[in-house]
Design a binder for this molecule. Structure first.
Ligand code: HEM
Length: 412
């Protein structure tokens, strides 16, 4: 039996006011696997509802047990895809299960070598320095998102992929379309009947896929030390390559775009901890992980029960949607002492911001490198950072996005 009147953590608008921590705490305490209604919202039709998993232990269990909690059956977004689109969506490794998933994961892993990633450190550092320097010269008050972190994340990713400079704006537009589709700033594309079109459907992705093929063809003729060259010269089928390009474009851009301003927002809210970082009393590496724990860029991911099962005493039927909330697991007081206290030296720090199990983030090394370099350069660029206005957040139950973050960089 589910307790009555449980808080709603589905409505994307709730998350635009910041993660609903009180609601998550109530769910963790009263109903760690809680039924959620999917009401019609922002023009998107109602769905059939899902189980929200909010405790750290259960989130890890779901993510590790792909045989019971499938990424393939209904893919990985809360909203059910159009059944006709499923075969298409399943070409992406994110939406596959072992053992099939292992093949693409191995191929991709070979392209993501630590050497290739680490080569980007100097470029990322020069970029962070340039963007932060420009912000300081403009008087020290800046919208960190528009002025610094959006470009930082996008340009680092396009370097890694090997996308020419003149095409970078395209990638930005495509990411926005997919990630911000619940946000009123990004009105949905409507079909002939006036219904919103799923941004992950084949029709919406055609332009990006054509681009991916053209880029791959170019890289085969002009190989370089980048990810698209590495992928274009493997045994990946054309359709797999397109999907991989799509996955990297979205997964690699919006996450870092959220993590960097999210981390700075947390630092602004905890000046003592910021002081420790600036005085070098804590390592930047542990700080990166604590800031990712406090502000996980990904709020949730979905699985589908492959069989009848039980989780934390709740019966789940085959076919039910099961949604894990990383942001709640990261604040589970059963695992993290004083979860709402920012402790940049926190150890151990088993946050799940990069997921867990077979789909654990493939770009974690690249993401951590970018964030480490960003905080190091921020520390060099100013004596400290403080809030200069109210942040604006993305309306989404998937990405913990920050659309605008006015800050003041104090003179060094
Ligand atoms: C702070 C930044 C990032 C965060 C928080 C993050 C988070 C995640 C999470 C939670 C997953 C697991 C999805 C699931 O369970 O179904 C994932 C998967 C993935 N991420 Fe990241 N990510 C970040 C940055 C990146 C970057 C920079 C790249 C690439 C350049 C990347 C590429 C991927 C890929 C390819 C997968 C799919 C792995 C698979 O299905 O086996 N991510 N990421």
């Amino acid at each position: 039996m589910q307790p009555t009147s449980l808080p709603d953590v589905f409505d994307p608008r709730i998350h635009a006011a910041g993660p609903p921590h009180a609601a998550f705490r109530e769910l963790r305490d009263r109903a760690p696997v809680a039924w959620q209604e999917e009401r019609e919202v922002l023009g998107w039709p109602a769905g059939r509802g899902f189980w929200a998993v909010t405790r750290h232990r259960d989130v890890v269990r779901v993510l590790k047990d792909a045989a019971t909690y499938s990424s393939r059956l209904g893919a990985t977004q809360i909203r059910d895809p159009d059944p006709a689109d499923l075969p298409f969506i399943r070409r992406m490794m994110l939406n596959q299960d072992p053992p099939e998933h292992g093949r693409l994961r191995r191929l991709a892993g070979r392209a993501f070598t630590p050497r290739r990633i680490e080569r980007f450190e100097a470029t990322a550092r020069a970029r962070a320095r340039r963007l932060l320097g420009a912000a300081r010269e403009a008087g020290g008050e800046v919208d960190l998102v528009r002025g610094v972190t959006d470009d930082y994340a996008l340009l680092n990713l396009t370097d890694l992929l090997g996308v020419p400079a003149e095409d970078r704006g395209l990638l930005h537009a495509w990411t926005e379309r997919v990630i911000a589709y619940q946000d009123p700033d990004e009105p949905p594309v409507l079909d002939a009947d006036g219904r919103p079109v799923n941004p992950r459907s084949p029709a919406m992705l055609a332009e990006m896929f054509t681009y991916a093929q053209e880029l791959a063809a170019y890289k085969r003729k002009h190989p370089a030390d980048d990810l698209m060259t590495a992928l274009a010269t493997t045994e990946l089928a054309d359709a797999e390559l397109e999907m991989f390009f799509f996955l990297l474009t979205v997964a690699g851009n919006d996450t870092v775009r959220s993590a960097a301003p999210g981390g700075v927002l947390a630092l602004c809210g905890h000046p003592d901890e910021q002081g420790r970082l600036w005085r070098r009393e804590v390592g930047v590496d542990t700080a990166v992980d604590e800031l990712l724990r406090a502000h996980p860029p990904v709020l949730s991911f979905r699985r589908t029960a492959a069989r009848d099962t039980e989780l934390a005493g709740t019966r789940i039927a085959a076919g039910d949607k099961v949604v894990v909330f990383h942001v709640s697991a990261n604040h589970d007081e059963r695992v993290f002492p004083h979860p709402h206290r920012l402790d940049l030296g926190r150890r151990p720090n088993p946050h799940v911001s990069f997921g867990d199990g077979p789909h654990v983030c493939l770009g974690a090394h690249f993401a951590r490198l970018q964030l480490r370099v960003f905080y190091e350069e921020l520390r060099e660029a100013c004596a400290g950072v403080e809030s200069a206005g109210t942040p604006r957040r993305l309306v989404s139950n998937f990405i913990n996005g920050i659309k605008s973050l006015p800050v003041r960089l104090r003179e060094p």
